[in-house]
Design a protein around this ligand. Structure first.
Ligand code: BGC
Length: 247
């Protein structure tokens, strides 16, 4: 908040990002005064990672459960690369969160199948087997009791139906997680998404064989995973052997 804002009144803020040829700058802007709030960041411009709530195969969005249907078949990598003038690599949002948790967070160093389930507008899922991401699991769309699971067990469903946390956990989450557990027998569940900051309101009610942890990176796992994914793609490109074209 700027010093000109009366105490107790939160003014409207926006996030500004300036992508340049050599550096990317950004910050939070108080839109009432045009002042930057807090620190400005600047990093050298390299690859940019983006996570997106859809199946992303070779950079192309192949579904659109909670975003406009016009995204289907859009090459997100190409569109963003052209728009930003930087190499952009896109990845499913839950896969990004999963990658981040497996590398830095609750799944770090864990053997076997780690399943990161994000509870937000939809239900996102990431499967990480011995540290390796198996992308695009889309387990939020399992059909359970005749319903697309995310329409009943997502955080948005709890809010929409104004369910108390306990009831949502004991009925909806319990049904969802026990079904996923039955199908995959993971070694660990990691719960992420916006609700991860309220874990004490639902975690005590879940009864599962599988250990459950809350995403260590909370709702930032997607951002961290996007940056990591961009770096992994850049490293993979650099490691590719240069093959002379057949004459
Ligand atoms: C989408 C997934 C996404 C999840 C969380 C689902 O509706 O199908 O691709 O990961 O929501 O955003």
């Amino acid at each position: 908040m700027s010093s000109g804002t009366p105490q107790g009144v939160v003014s409207q803020c926006g996030i500004g990002i300036d992508i340049g040829g050599t550096g990317t700058k950004g910050g939070i802007v108080d839109l009432a005064t045009g002042q930057l709030v807090g620190e400005r960041f600047r990093i050298p411009t390299r690859h940019v990672g983006i996570v997106f709530p859809a199946i992303i195969k070779n950079g192309v969005a192949l579904s659109a459960a909670n975003v406009d249907k016009s995204w289907i078949n859009t090459n997100v990598d190409a569109l963003m690369t052209e728009t930003l003038g930087r190499e952009v690599e896109a990845l499913n949002d839950a896969d990004g969160a999963g990658l981040a948790e497996a590398h830095y967070g609750a799944g770090k160093g864990k053997e076997g199948l780690v399943m990161v389930i994000t509870l937000g507008t939809g239900i996102g899922s990431a499967m990480i087997l011995n540290g390796q991401l198996v992308p695009n699991a889309e387990l939020g769309h399992l059909e359970i009791d005749g319903f697309d699971a995310e329409t009943k067990a997502s955080a948005a469903a709890r809010e929409r139906e104004q369910l108390p946390w306990k009831k949502w956990a004991k009925k909806r989450l319990q049904r969802y997680f026990s079904h996923v557990e039955f199908l995959f027998s993971p070694s660990l569940f990691v719960i992420g998404g916006g609700v991860s900051k309220n874990s004490e309101k639902f975690l005590p009610y879940l009864e599962l064989r599988t250990p459950v942890e809350i995403a260590a990176l909370r709702n930032n796992a997607g951002i961290v995973g996007a940056a990591l994914w961009a770096q992994q793609c850049r490293d993979a490109q650099a490691a590719k052997p240069v093959i002379d074209p057949v004459k």
